[in-house]
Design a protein around this ligand. Structure first.
Ligand code: FES
Ligand code: FES
Length: 168
């Protein structure tokens, strides 16, 4: 075990963990942010995607020791309940999620894609997002939502929160 400082969503956490621990477990089990999901554990599905200094990484196969001073962003850090990120708003409007399990990873990849390419083509989207697997087959809606988010970001419209359905 070793005491390590991790900066997650702008907040510094001191965690006492094995430096070889996958970042995913530090985020979920030690820090307690459960939005990032465990899928395959082998960098094959994208469910565990977070950003390190803005670059998407698979947290299931990124040891805590490699993070050092890099800033970690998780799904909880890209918007707030009052001000959703444009990608989150587009996901709601396009009703993307089915079971929802893969979706935080999908959104984290989509946010990174739009930073790199603000107006991606269908081909750009398919290429960039190919490492994020969805067992429910929401790929078509993911594509539509990324185009919508691209429009929202370019218009720089303030993004309004859509209330969660009652009972969810
Ligand atoms: S759980 Fe990390 S890529 Fe599948
Ligand atoms: S929404 Fe079910 S796995 Fe993607």
């Amino acid at each position: 075990m070793a005491l390590t400082k991790l900066t997650v969503n702008g907040k510094v956490y001191s965690v006492d963990v094995d430096p070889n621990m996958p970042l995913l477990w530090a985020i979920r089990d030690v820090i307690g942010l459960k939005g990032t999901k465990f899928g395959c554990g082998m960098a094959q599905c994208g469910a565990c995607t977070v950003h390190l200094n803005g670059t998407p990484v698979r947290s299931c196969s990124t040891p805590v020791s490699v993070v050092k001073t890099q800033k970690i962003t998780t799904i909880e850090g890209i918007g707030t309940p009052d001000h959703l990120h444009a990608v989150q708003q587009a996901w709601i409007e396009e009703q993307v999620p089915q079971c929802g399990y893969c979706q935080s990873g999908q959104i984290m990849s989509a946010v990174a894609l739009l930073k790199q390419k603000p107006n991606p083509s269908d081909e750009d989207i398919d290429t960039y997002m190919q490492g994020n697997i969805c067992r429910c087959g929401t790929y078509q809606r993911i594509r539509s939502a990324i185009h919508k988010a691209s429009g929202l970001l370019q218009e720089k419209k303030p993004v309004k929160t859509t209330p969660a359905p009652v009972g969810k």
